[in-house]
Design a protein around this ligand. Structure first.
Ligand SMILES: *Cc1c(COP(=O)(O)O)cnc(C)c1O
Length: 384
């Protein structure tokens, strides 16, 4: 994956840093574009996965829309030049200023998550003399096989409108004059590898659509959210996620009414594999049963392992010594600051460079300054 000359350039840079493989990013985006294009599907990139300006600019140039979950994300994508007509805004807790900002930019749709939120959007839109396009984010009560911190579509979690509230909402929508229902929205979770979960989602959406049709409502837009997973175990063998199968599944299973458009919100699957975190080994020390490779990156640069025991592949870029095993840990004063236990690596020494793979999504964007650490730089492959 990394050429000799790339590794040579890495040696000259201060570590740690994020590295983005731009040809791979473009190849991935091209594939999304082609596969979604076959069925005229609309893809909104989930900005929360990676909001690096240069990455966003490339995604925008491919013509994708944006899926935002905060006012600052909306401001950012407007700044980068995304089309407001392709921008959606989700989130359980939209502040008034965030709603106002989105109204001022005339975004495509607010994905609403509670009765009270719909009332507030109606009120704020009324003050501006506007009609806000809204979709109902319905909690479909689907439990995908993923880490419980990243399931979002089961009734016990905070996301979405519960189905028992729908009758009340329809009655409310008759009264409210400054919101217009244009769609239904779903998002069941993240890092979903077993596509059966999406089958379940399609079947549930079909049933919910029937309920709406019984109530004489046919919306124009069905937004099925995101969540397509990637291979963290084998980023070089499975570089590009199964987009053809994924979109094909919705094509086969979703029962659409004439003129209904289908929308997706993909984050991880579009950007994860193009990013790596490059870190230097500071020290190697012998623990009770295992050696620790202590590196200069920590949970502050990549939170996923500490936050949800996520696995990321780790490679030593500069050693071809005898195979050995290491716990690869960071310098932060937290025991959870570990990137992996019993990791097979060639003999690892001070100053070796390690690559922590598949960090293009939920990596750089989750960086924080605990221990007063500096936020670190990122480099695109075509800048080195
Ligand atoms: C996070 C999120 C997404 C993207 O999820 P991925 O797993 O990164 O594809 C899409 N829609 C909503 C509403 C989200 O919160």
């Amino acid at each position: 994956m990394f050429t000799k000359s790339t590794i040579q350039k890495f040696r000259e840079l201060p570590t740690p840093f994020y590295y983005y493989d731009i040809p791979l990013l473009k190849k991935t985006l091209q594939r999304v574009s082609e596969e979604a294009g076959k069925y005229d599907y609309h893809v909104h990139y989930a900005v929360k996965a990676n909001a690096n300006d240069k990455i966003l600019a490339i995604i925008k140039d491919f013509g994708f829309g944006a899926d935002c979950v905060s006012g600052n994300e909306i401001a950012k994508v407007m700044d980068i030049g995304f089309d407001p007509d392709k921008t959606v805004f989700a989130g359980v807790g939209k502040s008034d200023w965030e709603i106002n900002l989105a109204l001022d930019h005339n975004i495509f749709c607010f994905n609403c998550e509670s009765i009270q939120e719909i009332k507030v959007i109606d009120e704020l839109a009324g003050e501006k003399g506007k009609i806000a396009p809204i979709a109902l984010r319905i909690n479909p009560n689907i439990n995908p096989a993923t880490h419980h911190y990243i399931t979002t579509g089961i009734e016990e979690n905070k996301f979405g409108i519960y189905q028992w509230d729908l009758e009340d909402i329809l009655q409310l929508l008759v009264i409210l004059k400054n919101v217009k229902l244009i769609g239904l929205h779903f998002h069941i979770g993240s890092q979903i590898i077993d596509l059966n979960a999406f089958k379940g989602l399609c079947i549930r959406i079909n049933r919910i659509q029937e309920w709406f049709i019984d109530h004489r409502i046919i919306v124009d837009h069905i937004n099925v959210g995101g969540g397509l997973g990637i291979s963290y175990e084998n980023p070089d063998r499975h570089t590009i996620p199964a987009f053809a199968e994924y979109f094909g599944l919705f094509k086969n299973l979703l029962e659409l009414r004439p003129k209904q458009k289908v929308h997706f919100e993909l984050g991880r699957s579009m950007v994860a594999q193009c990013g790596s975190l490059i870190t230097r080994v500071l020290y190697v020390k012998n623990g009770v049963k295992i050696k620790f490779a202590i590196v200069d990156a920590g949970m502050t640069e990549l939170l996923r392992p500490a936050l949800y025991q996520a696995y990321h592949r780790i490679e030593n870029l500069t050693s071809n010594g005898k195979p050995d095993q290491y716990n690869v840990v960071g310098p932060i004063c937290e025991s959870s600051d570990s990137f992996g236990k019993y990791i097979n690596l060639p003999e690892t020494k001070r100053n070796d460079l390690l690559a922590i793979r598949s960090v293009g999504a939920y990596g750089e964007i989750m960086a924080f300054r605990y221990n007063l650490r500096d936020l670190v730089k990122s480099y695109l492959s075509d800048e080195l």
